[in-house]
Design a protein around this ligand. Structure first.
Ligand code: ADP
Ligand code: MG
Length: 560
């Protein structure tokens, strides 16, 4: 193929513009992104070679090499991974496959500090090279293709890129960054080494750099042609817990999640028994921009015996824990396991159950011992956790304990257990009301009698609450009772005198009720007297078995 000049997809142009004009802090992450791409490329080769060993050609030791040339002002990131064909280079380096570009732009525009760290989160890491380079050249050959089908891709990161065919005997990819003026600080071995060990220590492949040697005559460090590993090259989760520091756990989290904040909590365990696996799972501190997309890829990576298998293994975590990030490394699954197989595997089922319990235990621990932190968690992920009440019957009780609500006594943070502990003598049910906003809930006339008697009522204002409550009937043996449904029976909470008075009133109002019933017969199922009101003359309630007025409104909004 002769040299061709092609245009970047419009979104890429926008990204490039942002990258080159507005990312000032954390510039060094370009190296993390390119090393991580090199590592992904090696993972892909290892995976494809599982049933096509010839792809290794005669070069089976996968590795990444980082070097620089101070005179030419270039940095080169080399890998002998899967490489790219010409079509793939055009596709992968000229367009953005994943959605989320718009969110990325919005995140950057909102962000005062213009943190380059954000870039990896949106699957556009390659372009971060243009933070420091005014030209990037990629030379690559896909494993299995002949040397004549090498590709050179090159761009200045503005509107266009060039591609041409080259002769390239070695498999894999070289990414060559031609540094911008003023970026010379990256042309130093110690600098590159420190960035690599900061960000890429956990990469399970060796990241090599030329060995340095002290030259007595020149009185300086000189570069030799020997290579040495500058990272630990040991998968962090495979190390023993006692060998890993808190700082290392945190750094690993940042690498797999692209979150610039520290995680809220994590758990690391080796599980032995019928199914053997290692889990390292994190709960983020902040919800990602696409939390509400239930189809979004999960955050748990699947490895089998240290070999990366897939990124978005949704079978490993229930949907309601989709915010959990981390790694699960199985010792039992076959290396060529497919998505379909994962769905059916008994080992995967055991892993999912075990991991779910671990995450719940981690949340219980935070809820118990770090109440403020738990409140932050709840703020971010509470509504997602509620989905679990309907989806995970096995853990429903544990999940119910983790729920937090507003109530007539506190605007947030009320758990069922707190409520039960405050129940009045003789109170048998847990009372709640659903509404669109806290203000609407608070001003509901249906609360009047509860207020008067000092009985706490939970105020539920999340969209999922109604749905959740259609799956949860009781807590700790106490039924959940809507104050907006049926004839709320205050039971023992009503004293004899009140009961008598109520009965007398009902008797006296009988003729009025009859007339009202007649007048409203098309619109109301029934008209009754009530003891639940104190100041208001009347209110609408739903029948016990019917949906509440609030749910009816929600469904109407959803067009059902
Ligand atoms: P992501 O890594 O999240 O997919 P990037 O922008 O970092 O996004 O990379 C885009 C794509 O370019 C990768 O998915 C991959 O297909 C391709 N790519 C980048 N670097 C390499 C490499 N060293 N070897 C092979 N393919 C690569
Ligand atoms: Mg990448």
């Amino acid at each position: 193929m002769d040299k061709q000049t092609l245009s970047f997809q419009a979104e890429v142009k926008q990204i490039l513009h942002l990258v080159t004009h507005s990312l000032y802090s954390n510039k060094e992450i370009f190296l993390r992104e390119l090393v991580s791409n090199a590592s992904d490329a090696c993972d892909k080769l290892r995976f494809e070679a599982l049933d096509k060993a010839e792809l290794y050609e005669d070069d089976p030791d996968l590795e990444i090499r980082v070097s620089f040339d101070a005179e030419k002002k270039t940095i080169t990131i080399h890998d002998n991974g899967i490489g790219m064909s010409a079509d793939e280079a055009v596709q992968h380096l000229g367009t953005i496959a994943k959605s989320g570009t718009r969110e990325f732009m919005a995140a950057l525009e909102g962000e005062q500090k213009k943190d380059a760290n954000l870039i990896g989160q949106f699957g556009v890491g390659f372009y971060s090279g243009f933070i420091v380079a005014d030209r990037i050249t990629v030379e690559t050959r896909r494993a299995g293709l002949p040397a004549e089908q090498g590709v050179r891709w090159s761009s200045e990161g503005t509107g266009e890129f060039e591609v041409e065919t080259i002769h390239r005997p070695e498999r894999g990819t070289d990414v060559i960054l031609h540094l911008r003026d003023g970026e010379d600080e990256f042309l130093a071995a110690w600098k590159l080494r420190s960035i690599i060990s900061k960000y890429s220590d956990h990469i399970s492949l060796p990241v090599l750099m030329p060995k340095q040697r002290w030259d007595d005559e020149k009185k300086e460090q000189v570069t030799t042609d020997e290579w040495e590993a500058v990272n630990k090259a040991a998968a962090l989760w495979a190390r023993s817990k006692s060998d890993v520091t808190d700082a290392e756990y945190q750094e690993f989290y940042k690498q797999i999640s692209y979150d610039s904040e520290a995680p809220l909590a994590y758990t690391h365990n080796r599980v032995e028994g019928r199914t053997e696996y290692t889990q390292l799972l994190y709960v983020p501190a902040k919800a990602p921009f696409d939390l509400w997309n239930r189809d979004k890829r999960g955050g748990v990576k699947l490895y089998v015996k240290r070999v990366f298998i897939m990124d978005d293994a949704e079978a490993l975590m229930p949907v309601y824990l989709r915010f959990v990030k981390g790694v699960i490394d199985s010792a039992d699954l076959p290396l060529n396991v497919s998505r379909e197989l994962l769905q059916e595997s008994r080992d995967v089922k055991a892993i999912r159950e075990g991991s779910t319990k671990r995450v719940l235990a981690m949340l219980e621990d935070v809820a118990e011992n770090q109440k403020d932190k738990y409140a932050e968690f709840w703020e971010q992920f509470g509504a997602v956790l509620k989905e679990g009440i309907g989806e995970d019957h096995v853990n429903q009780e544990r999940l119910a304990k983790l729920l937090r609500f507003a109530s007539t006594q506190a605007d947030s943070g009320v758990g069922f257990a707190d409520y039960v502990a405050r129940m009045k003598e003789g109170q048998e049910a847990i009372y709640y009301i659903t509404a669109e906003t806290l203000a609407a809930a608070k001003s509901s006339p249906q609360l009047e009698i509860f207020r008067k008697k000092g009985i706490e009522v939970l105020l539920l204002t999340d969209r999922v609450d109604e749905w959740m409550l259609s799956h949860l009937y009781e807590f700790d043996g106490k039924p959940l009772q809507s104050v907006a449904k049926g004839g709320v029976d205050l039971g023992k909470l009503q004293d004899e005198e009140e009961k008598k008075a109520a009965e007398a009133t009902a008797e006296a109002l009988k003729p009025v009720l009859e007339r009202l019933k007649e007048a409203l017969k098309e619109r109301a199922k029934d008209v009754r007297t009530t003891t639940r009101l104190v100041d208001s003359p009347a209110c609408i309630v739903a029948d016990d078995g019917d949906m509440s007025a609030h749910l009816a409104r929600l469904l109407k909004q959803a067009g059902q």
